[in-house]
Every structure is written in C-alpha cells, then in structure tokens.
Design a protein around this ligand. Sequence first.
Ligand SMILES: *[C@@H]1O[C@H](CO)[C@@H](O)[C@H](O)[C@H]1NC(C)=O
Ligand SMILES: *[C@@H]1O[C@H](CO)[C@@H](O)[C@H](O)[C@H]1NC(C)=O
Ligand SMILES: *[C@@H]1O[C@H](CO)[C@@H](O)[C@H](O)[C@H]1NC(C)=O
Length: 605
Amino acid sequence: MSLSDTRARKKQKKEKDAGAKPLDGSRSGSVKEKRKGDVTSDDSSIFQSFNTIILWGPLLLAVLAFAYMNPTVITELLDSWIGFSEHWDEPPTTAPENVTHLIADIPKRDAIVAAFKHAWHAYERDAMGDDEYHPLSRAGSNLTKAGGIGYTVVDSLDSMQIMGLHDEYTRAREWVETKLDFERDDTFSTFETTIRVLGGLLSSYHLSSHDPLYLSKAVELADRMLPAFDTLSGLPYPLINLAQRKGQHTTDFPGLVSIAEVATLQLEFRYLSEVTGDERYWGVVERVMQVVKNARLPHGMASVFLNVDEGQYVTSIISLGSRGDSFYEYLLKQYIQTNSTEDVYRDMYDDAMQAVQNYLIQPSKTARMIYTSELVPEQIGDGEITWRLIPKQDHLVCFLGGSLMLGATRTGSSSQKVSVPPSPGELTAAGQRDWKTGVELIKTCLSTHDTATGLAPEIVYFRIPSDGMDGFPGAPSDWYIKGAQKGVHPPYDARYMLRPETVESLFIAWRLTGDPEWRERGWKIFEAIKKWCKVEGGGYATVVNVDDGEWGKEDRMETFFLSETLKYLYLLFADEDVLPLDQYVFNTEAHPLPIFTPSIRTGVV
Ligand SMILES: *[C@@H]1O[C@H](CO)[C@@H](O)[C@H](O)[C@H]1NC(C)=O
Ligand SMILES: *[C@@H]1O[C@H](CO)[C@@H](O)[C@H](O)[C@H]1NC(C)=O
Ligand SMILES: *[C@@H]1O[C@H](CO)[C@@H](O)[C@H](O)[C@H]1NC(C)=O
C-alpha cells in the first residue's frame, strides 16, 4: 500500500532501461489549461514557469522551491493515510430513502436556461462564428490566423438542443451548414478538436435524430485528423494541420504527448465508427489503448507524458489534474459506452483506481477532507529517482468525485442495476471504497468554495504537517491558495474560469442518490457565478480572485461554460428522463453520446 522508495526507484530504472527520457513534467500548459488559450498565464505555481525540457534543471528548482518541506513528508502522509480508513464509519450515502423518480425543479432549471441565453446571445451578437469570446471587450478571436473551426458554435449546439432553445439552435445550425470550414492551414490540438468539435457534432447528430449535416461534418473532420495517428507507436501527434492533413509535434514538448491527450479520443472516434460502419476511426483509437495498456508502469499509475515514437511513459509528474485527468475518466466511460461488454476497459479502470487509491488519495490535516495529491519525480544522486507527494489539487480533479461514484455503480456493483442510492450490499468492496471516496472528494471540492465569492480557485494546496505554516497567525487549517496575499496581485491559482468539474460531479451524485443536498449546493454555485462572473452587457467572465471580487474579471468566457458548466447545471435541475445515465455517456466536454452494444469488438485483450 505504500509507495516505498525502493519500488519507486526500481520503476525508474525500468523506465530508463526502456530508453525513456527523464523529464520534468511539472510545467503548466496543461491540456485543459492550454485549451483555454491561456498561454501567457501569470501562473504563480512554481511548476508553471518552466518552458523548457531541460532535464534536471527544472527538477532541481522544484526541489529547492519545496525545500521548506521536510524530506520525510511522504512517510508522514502515508502514515496518517494508512490509519485513516479505520476512522471512517459514515454510511456511504446520505439520502434517506430509495428514490424512484427524480423530477425537474422547473424554476431553477429555467434560471439556468436564462443564464445560457445571456451568455450565448452576447457571443452571437459580438463574435458569431469565432472560436473564442471575450465578453468585456465584446470581441471574438480565433485559435489560429487560418480562421475559425466552429469551436464555440459547435461546442454549444447540443446545449441548445437539450434546453429546447429552438431559435438559437436553428441559427447555429445554419452557421454550421453555411460557414463551418475545416480547410484551415494551421495546427490544432488533436485532443481539443476531438472533444469539442467532433464530440459536439456527434452529439448534435444523435440529438437531432440523425441530421445528416452533422455526420458529414464529423466524417470530414475525422478524416482530416486520421493522419495524426501515423506515428511509429500509433499514439497520435498532439497537433494536426487540418488543411494539410498532417500531424505535428508541439515545440514545448517535442516527441512527447500527454496521456490525457491520447486516451481521450476514444468515445468520439468509436461512436463515429458505430454510426458510419467505417472501422478506421475505431481502429486508430483502439490501437492507442493497446499501446497505453502495454506501457503500464509497475505501480499502475500514469505519468503524464508518453514518448510518441516508443509508446512508453517517460518519467514525469503523476497527476489526476491537468494532462492526466480525462485518461481515468475515459477508461470508465469506454466501458460504459460499449454497454459494459468490453471487460478490458473495466479491468484497466479498476486497476487505475486501485493505484489512485493506493498512492494519490489523502486526508487533509484538520478536517480530514479527502483530497488528491500529485507525485513529482526528483533526482537523488546518480540517475536515481524518488517521488515526492505534492498536496496540490487542480479544480480539474473535481470531476473525479462523480466519476468514482458512477464507476462504483458500474464496475463496482454486483448486479447490473443498483438502487438510487445504491445500498452497500449492491456494491463490491472496491465499489464501496470508490463510492465513499467519490462522495468525500465532492465534499472537499465544495469546501474549496468557502471563499469570499463562493467560487472555487483553479488550484488549491492542502496543509501537510511539514509545510512550515504552523504557528503563523491566520494559517489555514486545511487548504490554501499558494502565493495569495492580501493586497498583492492574485496568483494565477486564485482564479475561477467558469469551470464545470464540481457541478459535473454534483449532477452525477444527484442522479445516483437523489439527495437534494447536491442540488442545493449546485444552486449556490450557480448563484455565485451569477453574482461575480456575469457581465451586465452580456456574457460571463473569468473571476481573477475568488477571495476578493474587487480584483474584477478577465476578458474571457471559456467555451466549456456553454457546453459543460451550464449543461450540467441544467441537468442537475432537469427531470431524470433527460439524458438518463443508463443510456448516455458524456464525453469530457459534456457532449452526450448514446450507449450502444458494439458490433466491432475491441482488439485490446
Ligand atoms: C475567425 O475566422 C473566421 C473564418 O475565417 C473569420 O470570418 C473571422 O473574421 C475570424 N475572426 C477573427 C476575430 O479574426
Ligand atoms: C429501490 O427501488 C427499486 C425499484 O422500486 C427496487 O428494485 C430496489 O430493490 C429498491 N432498493 C432498495 C435498497 O430498497
Ligand atoms: C445493453 O445490454 C443489455 C444486455 O445486457 C441489453 O438488454 C440492452 O438492450 C443493451 N443496450 C443497448 C443500448 O444496446
């Protein structure tokens, strides 16, 4: 159960033997951060300022910056963690009764629709068709100079379909029909383009009862992207030139690609094969899963970087946040999407969750909140590596609570269908473990909303015994925003950029338990968004400092606010017949895809 030094070292040796290149994976520019286009971030996190892959220099800096941490930190954390489960005797669910049907809360649901309109109408007025929107300057921008690829429009279409916004939807569809063009001679993220644009098109295709417009656009886009998979290993290039149909490496990390980028394409490409009968799409993403499976490290966790040519992990940070997150999400969702017929994904998911439970789940210092930490490789002497636990949790990780609960009812249940909420007897031991952890993680994410605005910061650090903060007046008891100081310009970590992950987990928790508490907490978050992020003239914007609204807003409304945050809030207050979880699986950008029994069998065994 413990990450012993010897084991970690052995692993490192093995990676070296396999020819892997050691690397500091701790720079920012996360997959999800990058997709915000926030490349000029003034991120305060010490990990987020390194732009090079110089091998050990950054690591050394990281070590220095963490010098305030006692070197025994890992032991201390593990000691307290191992004893933790013994204190844990709460029942796994809080809902008092067996819920039969969850009905809509119409006034609240309609308030979410009104917010969507406030956001969408501003975009439509000022920037229709542009990839991104800036609500303060009332302007749009594109990801590249080559022109837009429908990033915001396509990402938002299914929200309008689900919310019944007929007029808005009709105009957006018209734009797709007449203006959407993928003949753009520049590079786009393989991952982002898949989850937002391909995922959005496929979801709209399904929800429109098979409007051929969306399928033809999806096929065209996927065909332009297929060459990204032409690599020695079959792992895709992180970038694709849509006009030249050519994959490309990034300049920041040449030769490397992150696990989330390669393992978060499968739902979309598989569904495309299912509806077209063309197995090529299925084949390329299946191949990726094969490579990922074969690359498994002895401890079962995924380092965030892989070598594209070799198809092996390189020594780099282990994180459930940026660059790691949706890998874990899609392991479960591939199993769900294929109607629980592909045991290989269930096994890979169960294996990954066991490792996450073993190494990354921690209890906080005072309140004993459950949080997730990261593992950062450090060199000690001649090529030897130890792993340091960093008590840092990205807001991105807040998807995990809901995902663990969903997983508990799918891979961790003894019967096909469990009650709402599940009774402990319906779950296996691993299912009960994941359910409890999931509930606790969501509660922790909710506690990060205990800020002046009620909004959660982008990144929090949890207190650990050796962090040197004890005895300082006003030292936080459990978590804090690193580098935040009164009167000083807020660090990057202090922002709320309209992210969906907490409300995503609330939606899943609500559907699986029927406990009204989840709805109440979601409503509070929505009210905070309305109060602090709403731009009166139209749109919503990133809040710069969740602990002090006076710092104002940043000129940015992320597309995932329309596709994810508002959709999950809407679904939280909608009737459960809207996209029931036993018939749909949501891609990582909240685009729902139907569960199906595949006619194509996986090649991964
Ligand atoms: C974005 O690209 C589209 C398509 O080429 C173009 O019409 C539009 O003007 C561009 N927007 C901006 C802000 O450059
Ligand atoms: C909950 O209700 C469902 C449907 O009425 C039933 O099948 C199931 O056995 C119940 N579960 C429990 C734990 O009472
Ligand atoms: C999923 O599998 C079950 C049998 O286990 C079957 O009854 C059901 O129709 C399948 N669902 C879909 C959408 O294929």
